[in-house]
Design a protein around this ligand. Structure first.
Ligand code: SF4
Ligand code: SF4
Length: 147
């Protein structure tokens, strides 16, 4: 088929690509996902932080706090591989495009204490010694020259 007739026939075919981001795609099994963590099993050893190639994990043992900048995660699954307690997993998830920097925080706070204002709480569970929280916070965007 010549180039001209190919172009004409393509006019009547369905597009080969999706109109991203207007059209939502269905997540493909075992590919992209969303970071999930069970903070109640975490020993705050920092192995995930030290092995994250994107440097998006911060672990604070004293505060029993685990923070991941999920908008910077490259989904390499290295943290899941190195975690000795099996705390980290990933679930299929469609993440719409965004310019926001979002951190997902898991922490155990003393009973009665709540995350700072502005936190979007995803989960809370009373555990031995406090309450386990999972919430997201929006981080400031890096300015020029700040990386
Ligand atoms: S590697 Fe696992 S146990 Fe260690 S800090 Fe990370 S999530 Fe917690
Ligand atoms: S999946 Fe990779 S980039 Fe994402 S938090 Fe884990 S180690 Fe870091």
């Amino acid at each position: 088929m010549g180039m001209f007739s190919q172009a004409i026939s393509n006019l009547f075919k369905k597009p080969f690509t999706k109109l991203y981001p207007a059209e939502k795609y269905e997540p493909i099994k075992d590919t992209r996902g969303r970071f999930v963590m069970d903070v109640t099993r975490c020993i705050f050893c920092g192995l995930c932080e030290r092995n994250c190639p994107a440097a998006v994990i911060k672990v604070d043992k004293a505060r029993k706090r685990h923070e991941t900048v999920i908008s910077g995660c490259i989904l390499c699954y290295r943290c899941q591989e190195v975690c000795p307690k099996g705390c980290i997993s990933f679930r299929e998830h469609y993440a719409p495009p965004t310019v926001a920097r979002t951190a997902l925080v898991h922490e155990i706070l003393p009973r009665g204490q709540e995350p700072a204002r502005g936190a979007a709480v995803e989960e809370r569970k009373d555990v031995e010694g406090g309450t386990a929280w999972a919430y997201t916070i929006e981080l400031p965007l890096p300015g020029p020259g700040k990386g």
